[in-house]
Design a protein around this ligand. Structure first.
Ligand code: 13P
Ligand code: SF4
Length: 298
């Protein structure tokens, strides 16, 4: 296909790498150098030897890449691809919360703005939230912005967790009744859900994983069928990595609109123009980098 050849040849000329989140459209996942969850993509952004990172995902992911790799040009092909949850808390709101709990450590989910990361002690992703919180010496932990991941961390550590009331509209919409109905339809399937789901949904699942964690589980499990409680883009990745196994979305409505804004034409345009570019002011980046690097060291 001509557009794929153009992307691949321009990628070489630019010394670029294409990173894609597991929720991206199938054709975008298929041309990426690496498809992964937030943790894997952050690690790759820090490690890759290239001049340009084309980040097929949403704003906070590209910002994290720019913070970790200030010498690389980071482009987010779809302008306006942002994560609503990341914008549910402002820096002032976090400062006010910190003033109420001066003894607490601040953990921010990576789905947050660079300014929130700069105000936090440490970052976490859905893959390592429990380990990150458990690694802290403080007994109290302010956890922002996702109330559901905060509840999950609270249940799996001995920390007193002070949550912020943010949520992901894609995961927060799953219901316990949907899990029961999926089990009735697919009695042999294992139910895997993301920790951004509500506690009552998590309680009915067999396993809770980050997106890539779901992939690893499906590959190693003896089960042949899985109900997947996350964004539906994940199904493409799962089928590709585990051919011969069956994957059913917990809900076909679980679609992150902003993750679907990136397409091959926009990837090509981004490589041609090196726009829209993502950068973080140095004074914010220095403080945010500390939180992210502290997480990467856990
Ligand atoms: P993962 O890090 O598990 O891929 O999750 C990212 C995300 O945005 C989930 O909604
Ligand atoms: Fe944000 Fe939810 Fe979309 Fe993930 S799925 S990017 S948390 S809105």
């Amino acid at each position: 296909m001509a557009i794929i050849d153009e992307i691949l040849s321009l990628k070489e000329q630019r010394r670029a790498a294409i990173l894609a989140h597991n929720y991206q459209l199938p054709e975008v996942q298929d041309i990426a150098d690496l498809t992964g969850d937030s943790l894997e993509l952050a690690r790759a952004a820090a490690r890759l030897d290239c001049d340009v990172l084309v980040f097929c995902g949403v704003d906070f992911m590209a910002e994290t890449a720019a913070i970790l790799s200030p010498d690389k040009t980071v482009v987010l092909p779809a302008k306006g691809a942002w994560c609503p949850m990341a914008h549910m808390i402002s820096p002032q709101e976090l400062r006010d919360l910190k003033a109420l709990y001066p003894e607490a450590a601040v953990v921010c989910y990576v789905n947050s703005t660079a300014e929130i990361k700069a105000e936090s002690d440490i970052c976490c992703t859905s893959a390592n939230g429990v380990e990150v919180a458990a690694s802290l010496s403080e007994k109290e932990v302010i956890f922002v912005p996702d109330r559901n991941l905060a509840a999950y961390v609270a249940r799996h550590t001995d920390k007193k967790v002070i949550p912020w009331n943010g949520y992901c509209y894609v995961h927060d919409q799953f219901t316990a009744a949907e899990v029961d109905a999926a089990r009735a339809r697919h009695p042999l399937a294992e139910v895997l859900v993301h920790p951004e789901c509500r506690p009552e949904v998590i309680d009915r699942a067999d396993f809770v994983y980050s997106t890539s964690g779901m992939g690893r589980h499906a590959q190693s499990s003896p089960a042949g069928e899985f109900v997947i409680g996350t964004e539906t883009g994940m199904i493409h990745r799962l089928k590709k990595d585990s051919p011969g196994k069956e994957f059913y979305p917990l809900s076909r409505n679980a679609v992150c609109q902003n993750m679907k804004k990136t397409n091959l034409s926009l990837v090509l345009q981004a490589l041609q123009t090196l726009e829209p570019r993502v950068s973080v002011p140095e004074e914010t980046a220095i403080r945010a980098r500390r939180s992210i690097e502290r997480m990467l060291a856990v």
